[in-house]
Design a protein around this ligand. Sequence first.
Ligand code: HEM
Length: 153
Amino acid sequence: MDALLAAIGSSDIASFVRGSRWIYPLVNAAHILGIALLIGTIVVLDVRIFGYRRSQPLSETAQFLMPFTIAGLVLAICAGSVLFSVKPHDYAANPVFRLKIALIVAALVNATILRRRALHRQAPDTALRIGAGLSLILWIGVLVSGRMIAFVG
Ligand code: HEM
């Protein structure tokens, strides 16, 4: 693990970002844009599952939002990985960073199950509502732990 972190930290992209005053904040801004797209579209679908705008078929809402959710996820992961590469040992040792990654994995598993079911339904059932509730709790946990990284460790 130590060798992998050392390789990430000495990579060309990590050295480039560390060497510039402006690139890190720009990448951080890209990370936040990815987070906004990802969690913004997830919250919209969760609120629809809870019953907002019942006239709108659930499958249509899920289908419309999906490309934005995936674009946000890809951007958040790519920009986050670049941020991570600047101080890999520090971030890997940070308990809040580890918590965030664990919550992201749990939230993505839940999101995948939720989306698969929502794409084939016109209206939500109890299982979907429970999944939407779990989704909100997990993604809020990711947001809070992500913000706390800079304050812990
Ligand atoms: C996929 C969903 C993700 C979400 C929702 C997310 C969320 C967040 C949030 C809310 C912040 C605080 C942003 C700020 O206030 O500046 C943050 C910072 C950060 N994230 Fe993520 N993140 C995600 C993925 C990742 C991944 C995959 C990595 C790395 C492998 C990563 C690495 C980081 C790093 C290094 C910071 C900066 C911490 C600091 O020094 O302030 N993130 N993330």
